[in-house]
Ligand binder design. Structure first.
Ligand code: ZN
Length: 286
């Protein structure tokens, strides 16, 4: 039962962010093996970062906060890697809980940094939209923007990106396959940002983002629901109960292998988003 309802009952994001940034040691989470060569590595128990061993260097998905970065670095070394083994860093979207340590990790690894192009103006013109809430988020420039028709390959792993605007305009989702020692292949998938932050036309207008993001978000969920995913990688631990299952992981057993979870998650979020969309469409234009 990896799906749970913690996303509906857990404290709001700013509270969790504050806890991670002010008392990072209380949120420490050791590496969790999610799939062959894939680890939950962020070092905290709220924001996911994934480390992928490609056989020829590592890919890091998201960096979490600057304040928790030392815990992630500890985890990377605990697994026997060096920071310079990281060759590519893929950012899901330009919010502080995912990119707070991007500058730091780029400096320490020399990796190539990727971001969705439509989030670039967060870095240059609208840093208020990064929602760093006063915490550290070093300035950086991505080396490359995603193009969905140009998969990103490192070693024997190829990551297909899918633009999924909504949570942010440049929010990007990731899909890739990994193979175990017996040659069995697993499809891994991560939605880049599963929540809608604004749910009325007025709110979109006030924040200065197009309300069309609402429709793009719903379309993205419908599109991604058609994908087959064996192992769902949540971008936050409150989307899928991965922490509840971590003690079941062994060399030969992976509790995260469950092709139904992805669809359950997409359907759950779609149901919520469509309710919001219905109200949104009944609103007066503003
Ligand atoms: Zn976010």
């Amino acid at each position: 039962m990896p799906l749970n309802s913690t996303s509906l009952t857990s404290p709001p994001a700013p509270v969790l962010m504050e806890h991670c940034c002010r008392q990072p040691w209380e949120t420490y989470m050791e590496p969790i093996k999610m799939a062959p060569g894939v680890w939950y590595i962020s070092g905290n128990d709220w924001v996911a970062c994934y480390l992928i061993d490609t056989g020829d260097g590592l890919i890091l998905i998201d960096t979490a906060m600057h304040e928790t970065c030392y815990l992630m670095i500890e985890n990377i070394r605990k697994l026997g890697y060096e920071l310079t083994d990281i060759k590519k860093i893929l950012l899901s979207h330009a919010h502080g809980d995912h990119i707070g340590a991007a500058r730091t990790m780029k400096e320490l690894t020399g990796a190539k940094l990727y971001l969705g192009e439509r989030d670039h103006f967060f870095l240059t013109e609208r840093r208020d939209l990064i929602f760093c809430d006063g915490y550290t988020c070093g300035e950086f420039e991505p080396d490359e923007f995603y193009a969905d028709d140009k998969p990103i390959t490192q070693g024997n792993v190829t990551i297909h990106t899918v633009s999924t605007p909504g949570h942010t305009p440049g929010c990007t989702s990731f899909f890739f396959e990994v193979t175990d020692k017996d040659g069995k292949t697993y499809k891994c998938g991560m939605h880049g940002g599963l929540g809608l932050l604004w749910n009325s036309k007025k709110a979109f207008k006030e924040i200065g983002l197009p309300s069309s993001l609402m429709y793009e978000f719903v379309d993205g969920l419908k599109k991604l629901d058609k994908f087959d995913v064996d192992i769902t990688l949540p971008s936050h631990t409150n989307q899928v109960g991965i922490l509840l299952l971590k003690d079941q992981v062994t060399e030969d057993f992976n509790p995260y292998y469950d092709p139904s979870i992805w669809h359950e998650l997409m359907q759950e979020r779609l149901e919520r988003a469509e309710k919001i969309l219905k109200k949104f469409e009944e609103e007066e234009d503003c």
